[in-house]
Design a protein around this ligand. Structure first.
Ligand code: MN
Length: 502
């Protein structure tokens, strides 16, 4: 995956000097053991490093400052093995800018009922030490994830793993760059937004580039590179005969390869993690990039159609979250509905740009007219997305804040669609179609989404917590009346919590 980094998570254990050097040595050894177990766990995508046993305000502050400036630190796990008076933490917690998870665990799983004495009681105090920590986190209004249970419990590790994936995506966004070729599809509202606010709040920069800058790159691609890439296509996909070498339309496949190599060169040179384009500004390009964009998404780039930079950034973040897991992530659009009484379904697709990381089988490379934009016929990969649990996520700008809208769905095997010349997914919404769509529309969720089989609602919830943005999840338990009230409550909460710095 392009530009995927492997940051570390710092494991930090809190205590105090009241206990004396002997017990503190044991506390430190326990912290090392827990961190080592997390570091070795296959359930956790990032390496955990035991950073410190912290017992004074200065030590705590220094570790927090070091975390801020260490580019390889994506976040911290805090655990109070013993009682660590929380006023010691105020200065450090005021300064820390990295995400943190509060792990409420204890070293021993079982209590040794027959031998337990006051030494044991004094050493194993997370049950009250972590409550003291939780108070100061809440008192300071710090967003964090709290995970409860024994550190070796697989369920506990999975919850830490979900947070690590969110922390990794957040780490990936900080300083990330997204290229916007052309501007927006004219008159469209939901793909607009405040790019200044996004950079302040979310850490990534979106800047516009004239499509002419891309055309120069595309035109400069060498014929030999195009020939090699076309040969790769014939290996990887079911290329229709007309597009194959010697076929009547092979030149159009070659142009698609030229687009891919030109785009890739532009993105690589600028260090971009994603891009947008729009069919309303393709001056100098013969086709809207179809297969080119699909393949770049599969390589890890975020993408949003029609200038949708928020979705491009979100797709990138979701690809980072899902890295290494089964199931892919794509740009998606709610396209059209099947409203049969026995089961309402959504047909998701786009004009062209669905990522083959969600293909159920070997995609076909085909060429068809686009019917919009007045350009030559674009080459595209056509495939079905598989059945299984998935979700859609949408990042919208409400003017005073960003809202992340999530809907859990169940994808089904698409029926035969012999006339549909684009990649597609068919899904059913949770809790049901009518509730889900009403909730989505009331929340202002876009028609464009990040669609994923790998990312979970928990990861996105953790991500929103880290970002300090609003999350509304539409899941099996959603009731419309409660959902509407949540939206109303959130209007007030985020207005007050954020102040005037939006
Ligand atoms: Mn679209």
């Amino acid at each position: 995956m392009k530009h995927l980094s492997h940051p570390e998570i710092w494991f930090v254990c809190g205590s105090q000097h009241l206990y004396g050097p002997g017990p503190l040595k044991q506390v430190a050894a326990h912290a090392q053991a827990v961190a080592a177990a997390l570091a070795a766990s296959k359930r956790l995508p990032l390496r955990t490093v035991c950073k410190a046993l912290l017992t004074t305000p200065d030590e705590i502050t220094n570790v927090m400052l070091a975390a801020n400036t260490d580019a390889n630190c994506a976040g911290l796990i805090l655990w109070m093995h013993t009682f660590s008076p929380a006023k010691m933490w105020i200065r450090g917690l005021n300064l820390v800018r990295k995400p943190f998870l509060h792990l409420h665990t204890q070293f021993n799983r079982d209590l040794p009922w027959g031998t337990i004495d006051m030494d044991f009681m004094n050493l194993n105090q997370a049950a009250h030490g972590d409550r003291e920590a939780g108070f100061i986190h809440t008192r300071m209004r710090l967003g964090r994830k709290v995970v409860v249970g024994h550190w070796a419990d697989p369920e506990v590790q999975d919850r830490i793993g979900a947070w690590m994936r969110a922390a990794r995506a957040w780490h990936d966004w900080q300083g990330a760059k997204f290229a916007r070729f052309g501007d927006n599809m004219r008159q469209v509202a939901v793909t607009e937004g405040d790019k200044v606010s996004a950079e302040m709040k979310l850490g990534f920069a979106t800047n516009g580039y004239g499509v002419g800058d891309l055309v120069a790159k595309v035109d400069a691609v060498k014929d030999s590179a195009i020939t090699a890439l076309c040969a790769e296509y014939e290996q990887a996909y079911k290329v229709v005969p007309a597009l194959k070498k010697g076929g009547a339309r092979h030149d159009e496949l070659r142009y698609s390869a030229r687009l891919e190599l030109g785009l890739e060169g532009f993105l690589a040179e600028g260090g971009f993690k994603g891009f947008t384009d729009t069919f309303e500004d393709l001056h100098g390009l013969r086709q809207l990039p179809g297969m080119a964009t699909q393949r770049l998404m599969a390589a890890g780039y975020g993408f949003g159609g029609e200038g949708d930079w928020k979705t491009a950034a979100l797709v990138r973040a979701m690809k980072v979250m899902g890295a290494g897991l089964e199931g892919g992530t794509s740009f998606m659009e709610d396209y059209t509905y099947h409203l049969a009484p026995r089961g309402h379904q959504v047909l998701g697709a786009h004009m062209l740009e669905i990522c083959p990381s969600i293909a159920a089988g070997r995609p076909a490379a085909e060429i068809h007219p686009l019917g919009i934009g007045g350009k030559e016929d674009p080459v595209r990969l056509v495939f079905d997305a598989p059945a299984g649990p998935a979700l859609n996520a949408s990042l919208v700008d409400l003017g005073n804040r960003f809202r992340l809208v999530v809907n859990e769905v169940t994808a089904v095997k698409p029926p035969k669609l012999p006339k549909l010349p684009v990649a597609r997914a068919v899904w059913e919404c949770s809790p049901d179609f009518k509730t889900a769509c009403a909730a989505w529309i009331l929340a202002g969720g876009a028609h464009h989404t990040g669609y994923s089989y790998a990312v979970t609602a928990e990861m996105l919830e953790d991500f929103a917590t880290i970002a300090g943005i609003e999350l509304v999840a539409i899941t099996a338990g959603t009731r419309l009346a409660d959902f509407k009230q949540t939206l109303r409550n959130n209007e007030v909460y985020y207005h007050l919590a954020q102040g005037i710095r939006a």
